[in-house]
Each structure stands twice: as C-alpha cells, then as structure tokens.
Design a protein. Structure first.
Length: 203
C-alpha cells in the first residue's frame, strides 16, 4: 500500500490553490493511479507526490498560471455581476402584457389548461357544497386561471437567459414572478388575492 503521507490527492492539490487546468499542464499524469482497495468507489484514485507538487509550486510557471487563474476568476465574477444587474434592470423595465379575455372565456381556457396538464378536479357535479357553479372546488377556479395566465406569460422567462449563478438567478426569478403576478392582478382584480398569496408563498 502506498504511503499516503508523501502523496496528495487531486482534491488536496485543489485546496492548495491549483485549478484542474494547472494540474493538467504543470503536473500531468498522477504519480499513482488506480483503485483504493480500502473502499468501493467508481472513481479512480489519483495521487501526486507531495515533493513534486511543492517543487512545481516554487517555479515561475506556477506563479504565472496562478496569477492568470485568479485574473480569469475575477473577470468572470465581474461579468456575472454585470449580467445579473442587467437582467434585473430588464425585468423591472419590461412591460408585461397580460391577455385580456372575457370572464367566461378565461374560465374555459383555464379549465382546459388544467385538463391538458393531466390534473383531475375533485368535484365533478354542479352546485354541490364547497364548489363553484361550474363544479370546481372553492378557490380552485382562481388558481386555475392564474396558472393559465402564468403559462400564457411564459415567454417572459427568456429574460433570465444567461443567468447561471444560483443566488443571482434565484433573485431574478423572484422578481420576475412578482412582476408577472402583479400584472395579472392588475388585469384581473378578481384574481388579485390569489396573486398576492403566490407572491408570498413562492419567495
């Protein structure tokens, strides 16, 4: 068994400030590669001789590569922040155009959309206790209508394109959802309560 005290894993090398490209270019093939007999794992063991790692870390090539890596990382961070700010600005400025439909037509489309999604409403009869005149449970029709209108506004999701950072994308998604619900509530005051509920729940 290899004496691991003289070797460092790929994870250990990364902790010392190496990137994968630096490992590939400056260290090359691992000094030890194979399976760890002490535990089952699909991933091969890759070990680098610590003395060799330390020797490379003292070279001008390593210093240059480390500086370039930090510069690229900083530039990527600046770009991501600029992109996040631009997307948030675009979401705030974008006019949200909600389809304006007569009440019965919106109800019909909402129910059809509900059925197309494969959901079954619990109430089939008309006029029963706890149901609307159309047979839907109390409050369900408003939910279905908001669902349909959100689907009709799905084109605005393209405003999120290019946002990959988890925290930045979550912030933009929350803002976009809020703007869409506010636009729906303004276009259909009867759905305002359901829209306000969703703004709170879907934070």
């Amino acid at each position: 068994m290899t004496d691991r005290t003289t070797y460092v894993t790929l994870t250990g090398v990364r902790r010392r400030g190496w990137t994968d490209s630096m490992v590939r270019d400056l260290l090359g093939v691992p000094d030890v590669q194979g399976r760890d007999p002490r535990r089952w794992s699909l991933a091969p063991v890759r070990l680098y001789l610590l003395a060799r790692v330390e020797t490379v870390e003292r070279t001008a090539e390593f210093t240059t590569a480390a500086v370039l890596s930090k510069a690229r990382s900083a530039a990527a961070g600046v770009y991501a922040e600029r992109r996040r700010a631009a997307v948030l600005t675009a979401i705030r400025a974008e006019p949200i155009e909600v389809p304006r439909l007569p009440g019965p037509e919106l109800e019909r489309r909402a129910v059809r959309h509900r059925h197309l999604l494969g959901a079954r409403g619990p109430g089939g009869g008309a006029g029963g206790a706890g149901t609307t005149p159309g047979g839907a449970p109390e409050g369900a029709l408003a939910r279905w209508q908001v669902n349909y209108l959100r689907h009709a506004l799905s084109r605005y999701e393209s405003l999120l394109d290019g946002l990959y950072g988890e925290s930045g994308r979550r912030e933009a998604e929350r803002l976009l959802r809020r703007r869409l619900y506010e636009a729906i509530a303004a276009a259909y005051p009867a759905l305002a309560e359901e829209c306000r509920r969703r703004i709170v729940v879907e934070r």
